[in-house]
Each structure stands twice: as structure tokens, then as C-alpha cells.
Design a protein around this ligand. Structure first.
Ligand SMILES: *Cc1c(COP(=O)(O)O)cnc(C)c1O
Length: 431
């Protein structure tokens, strides 16, 4: 397929391409992938790696899946893309039908967009337009939890953790939001009144300015891989109602089964006013996201000024992406995803827990198909990435966090190899 040698490609990559959160000229390795199938990535030097990352939460069915491939090929024969202004199509309609059916009953109005960060921007704008339409234009700020992550665009960044998100660097363009400590009550623990105190005080004092509380339900992802008590979420929902603040659930990482429930809000049996989904929405095939809102929110925005929702991406509801999302959701529901995620959780707990005893390790925690080893010190990315690849696994830590979120199709044997190779590598890090 390619007329460039591997060496020439790597040289071009190093000269011209930015990778996520990296320097243009960096001494960190990047590995050249030739193909991917099932739970395996095949590098261009022929090495096969068991994928422990699902390409950042996305590839829940593994790679090169026949049902998803077929959906994309079929849609390609009909049309790759048309604008969504004034036009509609079956892939978008079928996708929205599924999203409305699977998410809490109150969520009836769906805005489809291209990426998670945009879905978050859309959610923030919806909340502001909602209060404006209700005659409360002063409600334009947001409450959020520390150690949260909601994306990399300006609005999304403003609600990320101020330290992890380097707010100081962008201080004059980022809106000032209200950041409360992350919940101290862990998943599986009860919450004390004191756990909710900071949030309550914040809402009580500032609700006239706050449009919404935005949070990642139960699982904080890129800001710390931290699992908190569903009871906190349930009580935050009550506080939002009491202080007339909308609740935005960012399910971009947690959605579609990853936390052990189809959506993490189900752990607390709550319904948010606005929900964002993305990442695993297309099974990792294409970039697509959606923001779902209650009918009350969409009706109110309709009746306000200017009477329309002010957002409209060029590639909104791309038919290829919608078609593969429909296939991914079908595949998820038809497969016994719950049994797979439960089995992965059990096996990761058994295999990873003993490494809490290693001198390098501070804590091990597992929930759903997510396993986290928190180290005492930040890992050396340059050396550890090579060691993982040499061990035949694809794992990408950040800071002190070494974690697994494998595709749901991973077999018991493959998961055992993945966990054991991970532990061997962790045990070889300096203490
Ligand atoms: C990844 C992520 C986002 C941002 O999604 P992108 O598609 O990378 O823009 C937002 N919120 C959460 C919780 C995420 O995990």
C-alpha cells in the first residue's frame, strides 16, 4: 500500500507530526502500527501486542470487527456524507432512536457532534441558553469536581482540573468556574454529610450564577482514574434540584458498559438533565459524540431568544459515523456485554490486587472493565513504554497511573497474559 519505507515514515513523523500531549521533537518512542484485529495490534516490525487500552476507552468490540466493517461498507455505497442543515438520513435517525431508548427516559432531545470535547461545549451552551430562555441570564458559570476531565477545547478545559489542565497557562481566556474537591467517599463506601458539604456550600452561595454542575459520574477518567461512591452522585442530583442548577453527566468515558453499568449514572439510579456520550459510541471506528437533553430543556430553548440552539458543526451526524455507531450499539446489546464486563472485573481484581504489595505500588483499584495500578512515583514513560512493547502488551500510563481498559471481547487467557506482563513490568520499575 505504501511507497515509503518505514524509516522514511518515522523520519517524517518525527519532523512534522504532533502526537497527543507531546513535543514535536521528543525522545519518547512512537510505535508504527500496521494493522489491528480482535484484541491485537500488529506493529510494522511484525510484533503483536495485546491491547490493554481499547484505544482510549473506544474499541470495546476489538478491532476489525465484521459487523462494524460491514455497516461502514454498506453505508459507503449509499453516501459518505451530506450536510445536516435541512437534510436528514436513516443512520442519524436510527442512532438517535437507539440512544433515546438506552439512556434515562427523560432524555429525549439529541445533538450529534464530532468529538467528546465538542459534545461538552454543546452541553455547556445548552445549559446557558436554557437559563437565558427562563429569564435568568446571570446563570452562565459552572460547578465541577476537581480531578475531572472534560476535553481540550476552551469551554471544556475551563471545567477540567485547574492543575492537571494547566489553567495558569491559559488564564486570560479560560472562564473562571467553581471547582469543588472530588468526593472522598470511594466506590463501595457510604458517604457522610461532610462529603457533600463543599458542594452544598458552593451551590447555596453561588446558585444565581451557576447554570449547571458538570461531572463524570462515578468514574473520573483522565484526571485521576478514581472511582467514587454512587451515593455522592445521587445526593449531588438532589442538591442540583434544590438549588436550581442543571446536572450534566459526562459519560464520554464511562458510557456503553465500561463501569459495569450501561451508563455510570445507573449506579446511582439518577437521570441527569444533560448527558454527553462519545468515545465507545462507534466502537472506536470514527469520531462521533452526542449530547442528550430533556424535552424540558429543548422546549425552553425553543421558546427563548433567539429560539434556536446556537451550534451546528459542518460534519454534524456524518452518515458513516452514525452507521457504524448503530452497528456498535447493536453489537453491544446482542453480545452479553454485562457478563463480559463482570468477568473482566473479577479476573482483573484477582490478578492485579496482589501487586498492591509491591514496593512501587501505592494502590490497586478495579471497577467494571477498568483496572488501575497507582504507583508511588510517576513512571518513566520512555523506558516503560519500550518494556511494555517488549512484553507484548499495549499499555499507556500517565504520571503515577498505570491502567487497563481492555476490549470486552478479550478472552480469559489473553487477559491473564495482559495482567501478568503488566505486573512483571511494574515490578521492574525503580522503587
Ligand atoms: C475523552 C473525554 C472527553 C473528550 O473527548 P474527545 O473526543 O477527546 O474530545 C471528554 N470527557 C471525558 C470524560 C473524556 O474521557
Amino acid at each position: 500500500m505504501t511507497h515509503l519505507s518505514l524509516e522514511a515514515q518515522i523520519a517524517l513523523d518525527q519532523a512534522h507530526i504532533w502526537h497527543p500531549y507531546s513535543a514535536m521533537h521528543s525522545d519518547l518512542p512512537v510505535f508504527h502500527v500496521d494493522s489491528a484485529s480482535g484484541v491485537y495490534l500488529t506493529l510494522s516490525d511484525g510484533k503483536r501486542l495485546i491491547d490493554g487500552m481499547s484505544s482510549w476507552w473506544c474499541a470495546i468490540h476489538g478491532y476489525n470487527h465484521p459487523h462494524l466493517n460491514n455497516a461502514l461498507e454498506q453505508q459507503l455505497q449509499r453516501m459518505a456524507h451530506v450536510m445536516f442543515g435541512g437534510l436528514t438520513h436513516e443512520p442519524a435517525i436510527r442512532l438517535v432512536e437507539k440512544l433515546v431508548a438506552l439512556t434515562p427516559r427523560e432524555l429525549q432531545s439529541v445533538f450529534i457532534s464530532d468529538s467528546g470535547s465538542v459534545a461538552v461545549e454543546v452541553a455547556l451552551k445548552m445549559a446557558i441558553q436554557y437559563w437565558n430562555a427562563r429569564g435568568e441570564p446571570g446563570k452562565q458559570r459552572f460547578a465541577t469536581l476537581r480531578n475531572g476531565y472534560h476535553g481540550d477545547t476552551m469551554g471544556a478545559m475551563s471545567v477540567c482540573d485547574p492543575l492537571n489542565g494547566m489553567h495558569s497557562l491559559f488564564n486570560s481566556v479560560l472562564s473562571r468556574q467553581f471547582h469543588v474537591e472530588r468526593p472522598q467517599c470511594r466506590f463501595g463506601e457510604a458517604c457522610q454529610d461532610s462529603d457533600l458539604q463543599a458542594l452544598e456550600q458552593l451551590l447555596q452561595a453561588n446558585h444565581a450564577q451557576i447554570a449547571a454542575l458538570i461531572l463524570e459520574p462515578v468514574v473520573q477518567g483522565a484526571g485521576g482514574m478514581y472511582f467514587y461512591a454512587p451515593e455522592y452522585l445521587a445526593r449531588a442530583r438532589e442538591l442540583c434540584d434544590r438549588y436550581r442548577v442543571l446536572l450534566i453527566a459526562d459519560e464520554i468515558a464511562t458510557g456503553f458498559g465500561r463501569s459495569g453499568k450501561l451508563f455510570a449514572c445507573e449506579h446511582a439510579a439518577i437521570s441527569p438533565d444533560i448527558m454527553c456520550v462519545g468515545k465507545a459510541l462507534t466502537g472506536g471506528y470514527m469520531s462521533l459524540a452526542a449530547t442528550l437533553a430533556t424535552a424540558e430543556i429543548s422546549n425552553t430553548i425553543d421558546q427563548g431568544n433567539p429560539g434556536v440552539f446556537m451550534h451546528g458543526p459542518t460534519f454534524m451526524a456524518n452518515p458513516l459515523a452514525c452507521a457504524v455507531a448503530v452497528a456498535s450499539i447493536e453489537q453491544l446489546i446482542e453480545s452479553d456485554w454485562q457478563q463480559h464486563v463482570d468477568r473482566i472485573e473479577l479476573q482483573m481484581k484477582q490478578l492485579l490486587s496482589p501487586c498492591a504489595e509491591l514496593p512501587q505500588v501505592a494502590e490497586v483499584r478495579c471497577l467494571g472493565a477498568i483496572g488501575v495500578i497507582e504507583m508511588k512515583q510517576a513512571v518513566d514513560m520512555k523506558s516503560i513504554m519500550r518494556q511494555f512493547v517488549d512484553a507484548g502488551i499495549w499499555v499507556r500510563p500517565f504520571g503515577k497511573l498505570v491502567y487497563l481498559m481492555p476490549p470486552y471481547i478479550i478472552s480469559a487467557r489473553e487477559l491473564e497474559l495482559l495482567c501478568n506482563s503488566l505486573i512483571d513490568t511494574v515490578a521492574r520499575q525503580p522503587g
